[in-house]
Design a protein around this ligand. Structure first.
Ligand SMILES: Nc1nc2c(ncn2[C@@H]2O[C@H](COP(=O)(O)OP(=O)(O)OP(=O)(O)O)[C@@H](O)[C@H]2O)c(=O)[nH]1
Ligand SMILES: [Mg+2]
Length: 362
């Protein structure tokens, strides 16, 4: 059974910017995050449950035997430096490890600490950010160049080949002009070769690794220099790692003191869900309560396919109630009695938080 219940997020950035530290913070792991560049060589992968109070409540109401949260997978790779695509540093083979992710978290170092080596002497957020983006672009150029060969060799009409080549050349031009690609730039090529995955097409956001001395001005200057649509999450990794050692009460107190209103994990989850246009729906009963992530535009039948392709094939209808009405009523039976339990067809666009029971026939 193939289940895509959440999303995969790859961490990229220069060496020693705090990628592994952020990975550890998000995934509660203890992988090596040391003060030397290229500390990470092999990629680290871990999944994290998406915390959801609503799921906890549903599970409690139904005394569910198991509770299954949606998950996010994080991939931490080796640091990249300028020239990686030409074999500098550890080379850019490592980018391959994030080719299968859904989104890229680009970690940029804002914290100043003379003890922590920076490969270029000192952090310069704007230029560091651009250097890494250039490596992503160069990696995509290499991928696209190999596609041109595949098009030539493919068994399709000359007319089709020319159309595909034309699109690939346009995309290459864009990359050569230092621009990221968008989904639509390779519609035809990617329909013909569905295995092609390009890095600059992935939604990207910035994790600014800040410390107490990072000023609002620095962050604002950086944001101004970025392409319009890129979003940024500020994380004070060092402090948040220390906070993890504290009791819940102490944690609250220190979070206030450091002006942290929300945990890094929660901010990153929200960012990912919004960048990838995801919504959550629930299935809940005595056996299990479970949260599922689906594309916002998914209808009831498409959502059922996330649970199992058989359900999608044999889809009859969705019986559903909003989370709010379910909890207000207190149970499935009571929702029915209250008239808030609805029967919906396959085209029903599932709402955020819907609790659903799928009827199907196989
Ligand atoms: N002062 C300070 N040090 C930090 C911060 N974040 C990370 N570090 C330190 O910086 C060093 C490198 O951190 P890592 O998380 O290993 O960095 P990385 O980006 O994974 O590095 P590579 O794997 O080499 O690419 C470690 O000694 C961390 O403790 C921070 O916010 N402030
Ligand atoms: Mg690392």
């Amino acid at each position: 059974m193939v289940i895509t219940m959440g999303f995969k997020c790859g961490l990229v950035g220069m060496p020693n910017v705090g990628k592994s530290s952020i990975f550890n913070l998000l995934t509660s792991q203890k992988i090596d995050a040391k003060n030397f560049p290229f500390c990470t060589i092999d990629p680290n992968i871990a999944t994290v449950e998406v915390p959801d109070d609503r799921l906890d409540k549903l599970s409690e109401l139904n005394s569910s035997k198991s509770k299954i949260n949606a998950v996010i997978e994080f991939v931490d790779i080796a640091g990249l430096i300028k020239g990686a695509s030409k074999g500098e540093g550890l080379g850019n083979d490592f980018l391959t490890h994030i080719r299968n992710t859904d989104a890229i978290a680009h970690v940029v170092r804002f914290f100043i600490d003379d003890d922590i080596i920076h490969v270029n002497g000192k952090p310069d957020p704007v230029s560091d950010f651009n250097d890494i983006n250039t490596e992503l672009i160069l990696s995509d150029i290499t991928t696209l160049e190999s596609i041109t060969n595949r098009i030539t060799k493919s068994k399709t009409s000359e007319k089709e080949k020319n159309l595909l080549k034309e699109e690939a050349i346009k995309a290459l031009d864009k990359l050569n002009n230092n621009k990221f690609l968008q989904k639509k730039d390779l519609d035809k090529v990617q329909e013909f070769f569905p295995d092609i995955k390009l890095l600059t097409q992935k939604p990207m956001f910035v994790i600014a690794n800040i410390n107490e001395n990072t000023s609002k001005q620095e962050i604002n200057d950086f944001i101004k220099s970025m392409p319009e649509n890129i979003k940024l999450v500020e994380v004070n990794v060092k402090v948040e790692i220390d906070l993890d050692e504290l009791s819940e009460d102490e944690k609250k107190e220190f979070m206030e003191e450091f002006g942290i209103d929300e945990s890094a994990l929660s901010k990153i989850i929200k960012m990912g869900y919004s960048l990838l246009d995801l919504k959550t729906f629930f299935t809940s009963g005595e056996k299990e309560s479970r949260a599922w992530a689906a594309k916002k535009y998914f209808n009831a039948q498409e959502c059922s396919g996330i649970i199992h392709t058989d359900i999608q094939k044999g889809f009859i209808r969705a019986e559903t109630v909003s989370y709010h009405d379910y909890v207000e009523s207190g149970s499935e039976q009571a929702s029915k009695a209250n008239g808030v339990w609805r029967q919906e067809g396959k085209d029903y666009v599932v709402c955020e938080g819907d609790v659903i029971y799928f009827r199907f026939n196989i």
